[in-house]
Design a protein around this ligand. Structure first.
Ligand SMILES: [Mn+2]
Length: 337
């Protein structure tokens, strides 16, 4: 059998989608643009900067070998998803010298025309703040859907009136607290958080303050709750008719599925359940942007199919957004409660 030419030589893109520089995105079109954010300075466990590259490589194994455009046959959908001119790879955000990657990520995302939905691939989770700042105005009302094994809320330091008194520098461990601070009208929905999060607290008083903060910051469904529900019950608890930014941390998947992440889950939610959740969210809401973060670190990489699973999830995210762009529903009302 003749082998396909090396993707590296031909310029590796996600799923062999067309490569385009951000300034070349047509202003008047709708589509999906993938963007790699290959940085891990917000995590103590390094390696997620290699996430976009590893997923690009794995993603090239999912496509039909088709000369005109990458095409994917879904057994479940019984149809072909074709990566036409409405799906592009913008490459990775590049940072020269000692420039701040967060600033650069924000600038690149800001340059994406409104009709194009960015699907960013990390990188560590602190980058979600930069992506959001590039995509959403601080005064906007939207729902931040956060799928993660962890709260990513700041659970250390002093609390005052049910909130952290002062946030420390943004990292993947407190990025959601920063998002709530930067976007005061954002509503937080968390899915898949592990039931007993091992938080370290100084005193019983601090523990009570913390619980108050955790309970008031978000509506939350734990990993076990999410897993024990039926598909229909899951659909019922998802937001509908809202303007949504969707952020997925791959560490919500159990370690035996994706071990290639800094703090992998002993329990987590199964891949099929994660796919139910993202499908329900993308089909029933207006999507402002998506990211998939935290893949690539840890030493268990590439022995098993972690990168293929991440690529599978990414392809689903892209095809679901395209599906909703091609069959548009009424836009979400801005006055949604
Ligand atoms: Mn996270």
């Amino acid at each position: 059998m003749k082998r396909a030419p090396s993707a590296r030589k031909t310029g590796l893109t996600f799923f062999r989608f067309r490569k385009l520089a951000p300034p070349d995105l047509p202003e008047d079109q709708v589509g999906v643009c993938l963007l790699g954010v290959p940085f891990d300075l917000g995590s103590k466990v390094k390696g997620s900067r290699r996430g976009p590259g590893r997923i690009r490589k794995a993603s090239n194994r999912l496509a039909f070998r088709c000369k005109d455009a990458p095409a994917f046959y879904s057994v479940e959908d019984r149809q072909l998803f074709v990566g036409d001119e409405s799906v592009v790879d913008l490459g990775d955000v590049a940072v020269k010298g000692k420039r701040n990657p967060y600033h650069q990520v924000k600038m690149v995302v800001q340059s994406i025309p409104p009709g194009w939905v960015p699907v960013c691939v990390g990188g560590d989770h602190s980058l979600t703040l930069a992506i959001l700042l590039g995509r959403v105005a601080p005064s906007e009302r939207f729902t931040f859907v956060h799928i993660d094994q962890h709260f990513d809320l700041q659970v250390w330091g002093d609390f005052h009136r049910g909130k952290p008194r002062q946030l420390t520098w943004p990292t993947h461990a407190n990025v959601v607290s920063h998002i709530l601070q930067s976007f005061p009208l954002a509503r937080l929905r968390q899915f898949g958080v592990q039931d007993f999060d091992p938080v370290r607290v100084e005193s019983a008083q601090q523990a009570r303050e913390l619980v108050r903060y955790l309970n008031s910051a978000a509506q939350r469904v734990s990993d076990i709750e999410l897993t024990s529900k039926s598909r229909q019950e899951v659909l019922e608890i998802l937001p509908k008719g809202e303007r949504v930014y969707l952020s997925v941390d791959v560490d919500v998947l159990p370690r035996y599925t994706v071990g290639d992440t800094g703090y992998s889950a002993a329990i987590g939610i199964p891949l099929h359940r994660l796919l139910d959740v993202v499908a329900g969210i993308i089909r029933h809401n207006e999507i402002l942007g998506i990211d998939m973060m935290e893949f690539g670190s840890a030493g268990t990489q590439s022995r098993h199919g972690g990168s293929e699973i991440a690529a599978h999830l990414l392809l689903r995210l892209v095809s679901l957004v395209r599906e909703s762009q091609m069959a548009p529903r009424p836009k979400a009302g801005r006055s949604a409660p």
